[in-house]
Design a protein around this ligand. Structure first.
Ligand SMILES: Cc1cc2nc3c(=O)[nH]c(=O)nc-3n(C[C@H](O)[C@H](O)[C@H](O)COP(=O)(O)OP(=O)(O)OC[C@H]3O[C@@H](n4cnc5c(N)ncnc54)[C@H](O)[C@@H]3O)c2cc1C
Length: 316
């Protein structure tokens, strides 16, 4: 959700509902929220929320001359953003083909283009953003990028890929498609963003808002709502739906310097993925629409770990 509305004499801008793509797209939606904020003459803004959407929005506003205060019920490491896999997955859980419009597509492409460039510029600068070889493990050779969601992304945002056939790679599937991908390490990244917003003068105030009236009581003339799933209750957005995901972290193994994804194991029961980072090897493979529970699903954890044990025990 990216749109502005009047709230008494304030401009209230909504920047939430990024699905499984918030770590990928947030710099872009933050820039667009800032462009809306620039329509007001004042240069003072409240950002509500201190996950990746709130922090990148605060930075974009600061870069455009705003004094910013962040208000949030929780701050890193206690945000959903900290729990993220945080690969470059800009279309994940976000694209409903039935509801796409030319305006939505244009907004999405702009957000993705801005975000990709921002993340590229952070590589190698201590933000926990880096390039990683990612292998899509496949039973058959790909027949071109035909997925509808992929056609949405501007072609210049796609790195070149190479499909390796039987005997050309060590994985137990016949084919593996290698594509260098951007990868974010959430704990490093979010801490750096908190540091940056504070160094540029922002205060971070711990405060939970119960309603629009609470937002209206703020002094700032511009309020940007970056509350993620909290927006459902805060502004009564009944359309906001969670996509529940969970990760299992293994102890770090420095020698694992690539990621894998796909339905590569018979015991996977679907799509699973593995990605290494400094705080551990992240295993995942769940996306449950409409599930608000924060409790880990033990059966899913077991299925995903067993799938990876099976996959890697069959590597050459
Ligand atoms: C397991 C998993 C894997 C994922 N993998 C990826 C991936 O590979 N790539 C990708 O791009 N994305 C991924 N995502 C999605 C991504 O993590 C989210 O889209 C993103 O973190 C959302 O950020 P946010 O800042 O909007 O929300 P949050 O991180 O939830 O932050 C919300 C902030 O708002 C505050 N808040 C909420 N309600 C209120 C209130 N009423 N008053 C005051 N403050 C409030 C909270 O305290 C918090 O500070 C994944 C998510 C999960 C869970």
């Amino acid at each position: 959700m990216l749109r502005g509305e009047r709230l008494d004499d304030k401009l209230l801008i909504h920047n939430y509902g990024h699905g499984g793509a918030g770590m990928s797209l947030s710099w872009g939606t933050a820039r667009m929220a800032t462009e809306m904020a620039l329509a007001r003459p004042e240069r003072s803004a409240a950002v509500v929320g201190c996950g990746v959407a709130g922090l990148t929005t605060a930075r974009q506003l600061q870069r455009h001359g705003f004094e910013v205060t962040i208000y949030a019920a929780t701050v890193p490491p206690e945000t959903t953003s900290n729990m993220s896999l945080a690969a470059w997955t800009p279309t994940s859980g976000l694209v409903d083909p039935e509801r796409r419009t030319p305006e939505w597509d244009a907004q999405f492409r702009k957000a993705a283009t801005v975000a990709y460039r921002e993340l590229q510029l952070l590589v190698g600068r201590g933000y926990g953003v880096s390039w990683l070889d990612a292998y899509a493990l496949r039973a058959s050779a790909p027949d071109g990028d035909s997925a509808e969601a992929d056609t949405l992304l501007p072609s210049e945002l796609a790195t070149a890929s190479a499909t390796l056939g039987p005997g050309e790679h060590p994985f137990p599937t016949p084919y593996a498609t290698l594509r260098p991908s951007l990868r974010i390490e959430p704990s490093v990244y979010l801490d750096r963003l908190v540091h940056d917003v504070r160094e540029a003068g922002a205060a971070i105030v711990i405060r939970r808002f119960e309603s629009r009236a609470g937002l209206a009581s703020l002094d700032e003339p511009v309020v940007v709502n970056c509350t993620g799933l909290g927006a459902r209750d805060l502004v009564g957005d009944d359309e906001l739906t969670p996509l529940k995901g969970q990760l299992t972290l293994l102890v770090p193994q420095a020698e694992v310097d690539y990621a894998t994804f796909g339905a590569a194991s018979p015991v996977a029961g679907g799509f699973v993925h593995m990605s290494p980072r400094r705080d551990g090897i992240a295993l995942g493979g769940t996306s449950v629409e409409g599930d608000w529970s924060l409790e880990p699903d033990e059966e899913a954890r077991r299925r995903i770990v067993e799938a990876h044990v099976d996959l890697f025990s069959r590597m050459r």
